[in-house]
Write a protein that binds this ligand. Structure first.
Ligand SMILES: Cc1cc2nc3c(=O)[nH]c(=O)nc-3n(C[C@H](O)[C@H](O)[C@H](O)COP(=O)(O)OP(=O)(O)OC[C@H]3O[C@@H](n4cnc5c(N)ncnc54)[C@H](O)[C@@H]3O)c2cc1C
Ligand SMILES: Cc1cc2nc3c(=O)[nH]c(=O)nc-3n(C[C@H](O)[C@H](O)[C@H](O)COP(=O)(O)O)c2cc1C
Length: 609
């Protein structure tokens, strides 16, 4: 990693001016950025032209990102800052904004892309993905590239989009600068190393004179530095790594008596945090594991709960580390591979062998780490060895259900408690049941804001809005309507909501009725799947209302979908294409293209999970 390099006096002064507005994380990043500049300057050597002389054109680098919730974007922005510091002229694009016709001329190309759905690229990256994989993609001999995949190893198609981009760029003749990196939920470290190695490789292949641009006086300013820092959290010192302890103001069960679901409405105070958000953003909740489960696991492993354990950030007892630092529930191939080696289990190794994918998928479903440890005991394991099989415990995201304009210094979320029985044990979702059961009024919950630039109300407040949010997918639309009412936005609002039963599962029923009465909600269509003989879902209501829905789209409406990614989002998309085909008199291909254009124009946005 970056060696420590002293700051110049000018940089130290700039840093001190910035300190007040930055979080600890951002400060660390700024230090790294400045160190990168100094490092480049020192390594540029005496033959490098003086900064700002303009004697050598900086080599052109293009960085593309495909990002749903902003992680890949954040990495791409850091990569840009590093490459600029190393003397490159950098163009940074969301894949959705990139003109594919540029591709054959972009000889140095970096790609940071996450994976969504079941191994698919993010919405915004789909067009470019399809172009690259299609017949019109150009030959790319002479192009140098590097790919960073972001993903989650508990998904079967881990970092699939990154793998696809990497393979396709190579197949088109481009040459790798460094090997692809597939980063898991703890992406910060791998991403930082990928950036470092990639920039070093870039410096080797591009003109060494590039480093001449790295002079701190050239292109380096307070404004450019501040602009390079991730913008979302800039106003607050609180972040994912440094969450704010928000006091629970209210924790209500929204589901009625007798419901087959358990949904909570939770209000938290942000007073004194400086945290702000916009409708469409999510609240990150830093969670802890269930104490009973932690004790059972330690007992089964015959470990000392007080054994000293060193995590990424601190030294804790094993019990504390299992409670707060490690994911002790999610089962994944990556965990099983490490555990099989530790337990020397031939049965587990056989399950992991090539060709056994279906059996592995069946085994992973509905089981957790404790099931595996009980079924395949490991003898005399050391705490550190077992900890080495685990990933860090990840915060969970919840779509924000409130508008700051209507609720100053507060944030609301809508949480579906995950509870189910499996393999003879009662299971509880880590975060949702912690929020449902433990986060009662007066308790504090560590939170941060995860901005989502891909799920935003139209900037034109008169544009009509269509919102499709069954189940807890309703949450951001409560924020949307609240915001539009608070700001007197003249645009029309149409909500499609669905759940199981009208009587028990009509989330925020009274609020919607009031909004309809006030005129804040122009239209509402409801689908309750278990009230009648036939199952009725939101996509059925959309089809019934197809003519009017198409008319709204023709009048410039923005369409939003939130909630279940597996079935609902797919069915809604199919319904949308069919509606456009039928009511727009278009062939199915042309209707699909119409919907893609909506997506490209950011008039069709999804926040699905
Ligand atoms: C951008 C975004 C916004 C979100 N917004 C919301 C929101 O507004 N409201 C909300 O409630 N959630 C929301 N979520 C989901 C939320 O982040 C959590 O994933 C969810 O609450 C479950 O987390 P958990 O820790 O309780 O469960 P975990 O401990 O993570 O357990 C969940 C896992 O349990 C397994 N599982 C669940 N049910 C079963 C079953 N019946 N049988 C077998 N296995 C099962 C699945 O593998 C599942 O992934 C959002 C997610 C994202 C990414
Ligand atoms: C609905 C959903 C589906 C996902 N599917 C996958 C997947 O198939 N494979 C994978 O490796 N990661 C998957 N992930 C994890 C994301 O890729 C990971 O959270 C990543 O850091 C997101 O980066 P972004 O914010 O740039 O989009 C999924 C995440 C969500 C919310």
């Amino acid at each position: 990693m970056q060696e420590t390099t002293p700051l110049t006096a000018q940089q130290a002064q700039l840093l001190s001016q910035l300190v007040d507005g930055l979080s600890t994380e951002q400060l660390a990043w700024v230090r790294g950025f400045l160190a990168g500049i100094n490092h480049s300057v020192r390594h540029a050597g005496a033959q490098a032209p003086a900064a700002g002389t303009g004697s050598a054109a900086a080599p052109q680098l293009t960085i593309l990102y495909g990002s749903q919730t902003g992680h890949a974007q954040e990495v791409a922005e850091h990569a840009k800052a590093r490459a600029v510091a190393a003397g490159f002229k950098v163009d940074l694009f969301a894949m959705g904004d990139y003109k594919a016709s540029r591709l054959k001329n972009d000889k140095l190309l970096l790609v940071a892309v996450s994976t969504q759905g079941e191994g698919e690229p993010p919405d915004d990256a789909r067009d470019f993905y399809e172009f690259l994989h299609g017949e019109k993609a150009p030959k790319l001999e002479g192009t140098r590239f590097a790919v960073l995949g972001l993903g989650d190893s508990s998904y079967e198609k881990f970092c699939q989009a990154g793998k696809d981009f990497d393979a396709r760029l190579a197949a088109l003749g481009a040459e790798r600068l460094v090997a692809r990196v597939d980063s898991d939920v703890d992406y910060d470290g791998p991403a930082e190393r990928w950036i470092e190695e990639t920039v070093e490789a870039l410096k080797r292949v591009a003109a060494p004179a590039a480093a001449g641009k790295a002079g701190a006086a050239d292109g380096f300013s307070l404004a450019s530095l501040a602009g390079a820092v991730a913008p979302a959290a800039a106003a607050s010192q609180y972040s994912r790594k440094h969450p704010f302890d928000a006091t629970v103001l209210e924790n209500l069960t929204l589901s009625g008596r007798g419901s087959s679901k358990e949904v909570h409405h939770i209000e938290l105070s942000l007073e004194g945090s400086g945290l702000t958000y916009e409708p469409g953003d999510a609240l990150g909740v830093v969670v802890k594991n269930d104490e009973t489960l932690v004790d059972e696991l330690i007992d089964t492993l015959a470990l000392d709960p007080q054994a000293t354990t060193t995590t990424q950030d601190s030294t804790l007892s094993l019990r504390e580390a299992f409670l707060r630092a490690y994911d002790i529930t999610t089962l994944s191939r990556a965990f099983l591979e490490k555990y099989a080696a530790l337990a020397e289990s031939t049965e587990l190794k056989a399950l992991l062998a090539a060709g056994n994918e279906t059996a592995l998928r069946d085994y992973l479903y509905g089981r957790d780490v404790l099931d595996v440890v009980r079924q395949f005991p490991v003898r005399k394991v050391k705490a550190a060895e077992f900890v080495g099989t685990l990933r860090t415990l990840q915060p969970r995201l919840y779509s924000i259900a409130s508008s700051l304009a209507a609720n100053p210094e507060a944030v609301h979320i809508t949480v579906g408690a995950v509870r189910y029985d499996s393999h003879g044990r009662a299971r509880r979702g880590v975060a949702s049941t912690y929020l449902a059961d433990v986060a009662r009024e007066g308790e504090t919950v560590p939170v941060y804001i995860e901005a989502n630039r891909n799920f935003k109300l139209p900037s034109d407040s008169s544009a009509p809005v269509i919102m499709i949010g069954p189940g807890t997918g309703i949450a951001p639309f409560r924020a949307f309507v609240e915001e539009r009412q608070a700001l007197d936005a003249p645009g029309r609002n149409w909500l499609f909501f669905g759940d199981r039963n009208f009587r028990t599962d009509f989330l925020y029923q009274r609020e919607w009725q009031r909004y309809v009465k006030d005129g804040a909600l122009t239209k509402i269509d409801l689908a309750f799947s278990r009230d009648g003989e036939d199952k009725v879902y939101v996509q059925h209501r959309m089809r019934e209302q197809g003519k009017e829905l198409y008319a709204w789209l023709q009048e410039g409406a923005y369409l939003y979908v939130c909630g279940d990614a597996d079935q609902m989002a797919r069915d809604v998309n199919t319904a949308l294409v069919d509606i456009v085909a039928e009511h727009g008199g278009l062939a199915q291909d042309a209707a699909a293209e119409y919907v893609k254009t909506l997506q490209r124009e950011k008039r069709y946005q999804r926040d699905v999970y």
